[in-house]
Write a protein that binds this ligand. Structure first.
Ligand code: CMC
Length: 429
């Protein structure tokens, strides 16, 4: 008779144990009963980088990496990218259901009415070095927001929590655009609440002397789709950081500054920036075979390729390729696209990449689109952080409502020195 349990024999002691299986998972704490003697701490699992450890239950996003599937709250990403918009998806991620018309209108109104940032924040941003990287500016400014909202630490109060969530989603495009304008020495553009979420962002980024900025509808929509694709991705590095920092019960601004910092790294949200630098370094299609050989020989990585979870084509990459074509109709073709497509073609036929199941990920093409839209490379991780805000906040909120969650505090396997006596400096060799 099959049972949902796992039998374990400890060959050190000959003892048998039976632990429950739930959703193809065993609880790591169930291993603790496995001991050599009563004084033994008990068995742990060792999993550097959490390659096979579920840190939470979640009902938000499903990534099925083997089959190339991504769903938010059950809705396939391609349907959302085609039929929805970023703010609606944000509502869905946070609340679990698509909004009714009335709820959507209220939600949109609430976001639009929180886009302005305090003038002190603007002054703070202006005091950064003239050529500061916009991502450094963004991370610092998110952290600084906590000092403007003293009620924010009341994270168990759902009303207080909701208002901080709205503020963060509304203000991220403003802070992001101000970061860009600062790094260019340009005056800041205040939000224009007549425009859509992405239209307003484009206005704050690119408005010069015109009285009113008129966003190109193709670019406005393309950005909206890119934002949908980047909105959440279950327990990725930055989301794990958000949950981990948030588990100390700190306010959401401080937790999100940490999440954004995690996103900045070239193995995560900094990858699209790294892709562009890589394509520029390759320079010409004829240099691709040499470049691939170097990667295979261990000299660097093919940026924008590979994923911890996707072992099949990243579904977001498929959608992005279509968006790229639409954007290039307006902006003209980015010459790096030809290098990228050829690189992809060669890599996908190469045994090294086939055996390791390395496919293009979302970042392989997103940078090329952003560049065609006139965004400097340094803005690429910022362009990831704006939409990921709602993912971080949804996951943070879910964590706070999960009775099983406690402060995140992993164990370690200590391999260092045993106890030893302090040696005075003059006696050291
Ligand atoms: N180019 C060349 N080889 C690679 C690459 C790559 N991009 N990615 C993985 N490998 C190789 C790696 O060397 C290893 O080979 P071997 O078994 O011979 O040692 C094998 O594939 C497995 O790699 P891993 O490092 O164990 O895989 P991981 O799951 O720890 O890493 C990753 C996932 C995304 C960090 C990695 O694939 C990578 O560095 N990719 C390039 C950076 C990138 O594009 N990141 C964006 C990810 S998508 C956006 C996001 O969610 O942030």
């Amino acid at each position: 008779m099959p049972k949902d349990t796992l039998s374990i024999t400890d060959n050190r002691t000959g003892k048998d144990y039976e632990v429950p299986i739930w959703e193809d998972t065993i609880r790591a704490m169930d291993l603790r009963q496995i001991k050599v003697n009563e004084d033994d701490f008990g068995m742990m699992s060792y999993d550097p980088a959490f390659k096979n450890t579920a840190s939470t239950k979640s009902r938000i996003t499903l990534v099925d990496g083997e089959n190339g599937i991504l769903r938010y709250r059950g809705y396939p990403i391609d349907q959302l990218a085609e039929k929805s918009n970023y703010l609606e998806v944000a509502y869905l991620l946070l609340n679990g259901e698509l909004p009714t018309k009335k709820d959507y209108n209220q939600w949109e109104y609430d976001i639009i009415h929180h886009t302005i940032i305090h003038e002190n924040i603007r002054q703070l941003m202006q005091n950064f070095r003239y050529d500061a990287h916009p991502m450094g500016l963004l991370i610092s400014t998110i952290a600084a927001l906590s000092t403007f909202y003293p009620e924010a630490p009341q994270i168990q109060d759902s009303q207080v929590r909701n208002i901080q969530i709205q503020r963060l989603i509304a203000k991220m495009p403003t802070i992001a655009a101000f970061s860009y304008r600062h790094s260019r020495g340009l005056p800041f553009n205040y939000p224009d609440n007549d425009l859509s979420y992405t239209g307003n962002f484009l206005s704050m980024m690119f408005k010069m002397t015109e009285v009113k900025y008129d966003p190109n509808p193709v670019l406005e929509r393309a950005l909206d789709v890119l934002f949908i694709l980047h909105a959440d991705h279950e327990q990725n590095c930055s989301t794990n950081a958000m949950r981990s920092i948030g588990s100390s019960n700190v306010d959401p601004y401080s937790a999100m500054a940490g999440a954004a910092a995690a996103l900045y790294g070239p193995l995560h949200g900094g990858a699209n920036e790294a892709v562009l630098r890589m394509l520029a370094q390759i320079g010409d299609k004829k240099n691709i075979p040499d470049f691939i050989e170097k990667v295979k020989g261990g000299e660097g990585r093919l940026m924008g390729f590979g994923h911890r979870v996707y072992k099949n084509y990243d579904p977001r990459a498929t959608i992005i390729k279509k968006v790229a074509e639409e954007v290039f109709e307006v902006t003209g073709r980015n010459p790096l696209l030809d290098i990228a497509t050829e690189l992809e073609r060669i890599a996908l036929e190469d045994d090294y990449f086939i055996e390791r199941k390395l496919y293009p990920n979302v970042d392989f093409y997103s940078g090329i689109i952003y560049q065609a839209m006139d965004l400097p490379v340094a803005m690429f991780p910022v362009m990831f952080a704006i939409p990921r805000t709602v993912g971080w906040l949804s996951q943070w909120q879910e964590m706070l409502q999960d009775d099983e969650q406690k402060i995140a505090r992993p164990r370690q396997v200590y391999l260092g020195e045993d106890e030893r006596k302090f040696v005075p400096m003059d006696k050291r060799k």
